[in-house]
Design a protein around this ligand. Structure first.
Ligand code: SAM
Length: 371
């Protein structure tokens, strides 16, 4: 949003907040819910109405908004303050809770006057990122919500180079789901492409996955891996593992893995063997070049390739058919302002939705029926 000196006071229409929250997947009703840019409180109200949250804590730098909200919601804990300058969270000792924050909700400022970028600390690292991302990272760091966050974000936060580092850090702990695309007229006085997203923690993801699992008769187990070999920096040797790069996917589909001539002795992330399906991580995949492959020997995937391994030919071919049946929606997972790319979390979540389950993300899902 185009802020200026008004600190981005574009409040979320309550009906929009409710509609977005209805689409969220949570492991359980949040006991403690926090909004670190609470403004008029519409997100906390939606968390109460839609998600049955019980306790509410809000922070906003605008003393007038907080004063008004205190009158309207005397049962909420409300603080005036600059989120980006806080080093500690306010107390969360709500009665009947274990004091842990369950869910963060926020519609952060998108820009602050001339400031478009900030540097903030997250997971011990200094991260240069957009203003909206800075609020999200600092809020997650301060409150450590165990079910993640639901936030309104500018579309650019999902694709921009500025937020690339921050997205990679968030990828380590959260999977990102789009909940609701907003119109550029949603916020009075600001024209911006924005949307509601959910940063889902592993607990939330396994819960969401359980629901999907029940929708499928048979599930196909896989292990999703991201290749890690950098093409510009490896030694080519005559003996060693075959190196699969995104540029070789077409020829492999025709001639098999044996046709790859480049080999390396470096062992990087993404060493796989047996039945597999391969996708480019960067650049759109080609449907004709997407087919089940077999390699007795380990192959090394480059950092531009994602792999899925399967325990049998049947499983690999069934997954190939399922993925091809949903090819258009797979292409939508490839995003970015420059070269389009897919993240491992985006791929794993999408695979769940079509009944292909990543073994490594199944924590706490109990027994399931696999083909
Ligand atoms: C886009 S509004 C969103 C308000 C509310 N969450 C909603 O969805 O209606 C952004 C809010 O962030 C507050 N704000 C801006 N900078 C802030 C900061 N550094 N710390 C805390 N609040 C801030 C503004 O006062 C404003 O109320």
């Amino acid at each position: 949003m185009t802020a200026g000196i008004d600190a981005d006071k574009y409040y979320t229409p309550p009906a929009m907040a409710c509609r977005a929250f209805e689409r969220a997947q949570l492991a359980s009703a949040p006991a403690i819910c926090v909004d670190t840019a609470c403004g008029s409180g519409s997100l906390l109200s939606a968390a109460e109405d839609v998600l049955a949250a019980q306790h509410f804590l809000g922070i906003d730098s605008d003393p007038l908004m907080i004063r008004q909200l205190r009158r309207e919601r005397p049962d909420w804990r409300l603080y005036v303050g600059d989120l980006l300058k806080r080093h500690r969270p306010p107390p969360t000792n709500f009665p009947g809770t274990n004091y842990n924050v369950d869910l963060l909700v926020l519609n952060p400022p998108f820009s602050l006057g001339p400031k478009k970028y900030l540097t903030v600390k997250y997971l011990g690292q200094s991260v240069k990122c957009s203003v909206a991302m800075a609020h999200i990272l600092r809020s997650l760091e301060l409150f450590k919500p165990n079910q993640g966050a639901i936030a309104v974000v500018p579309e650019s936060l999902l694709y921009s180079d500025t937020d690339q580092n921050a997205r990679e850090l968030l990828d380590q702990n959260f999977s990102l789901t789009e909940l609701l695309q907003l119109s550029i007229y949603t916020f009075k006085g600001a024209r911006v492409n924005s949307l509601f997203v959910q940063f889902n923690s592993p607990a939330g993801r396994s819960n969401a996955a359980k629901k999907i699992v029940h929708a499928h008769k048979y599930l196909i187990p896989t292990s999703v891996v991201r290749g890690g070999l950098q093409m510009h920096a490896f030694n080519r040797v005559s003996l060693g593992a075959r190196v699969i790069h995104s540029t070789s996917l077409r020829s492999i589909a025709v001639d098999g893995v044996g046709a790859v001539s480049e080999r390396t002795s470096i062992v990087a992330k993404g060493r796989i063997s047996g039945w597999m399906l391969l996708l480019p991580r960067v650049g759109l995949p080609n449907e004709g070049a997407f087919c089940a492959l077999y390699s007795e020997d380990e192959v090394q995937l480059s950092d531009c390739v994602m792999g899925m391994t399967f325990s049998s030919r049947d499983a690999a071919v069934s997954a190939q058919i399922k993925i091809r049946d949903h090819w258009k929606s797979l292409l939508c997972l490839y995003r970015g302002t420059g070269a389009r790319y897919i993240t491992i979390d985006r791929l794993i979540d999408w695979l769940y939705s079509i009944g292909i389950i990543d073994r490594n993300s199944m924590g706490g899902m109990g027994e399931m029926e696999f083909i």
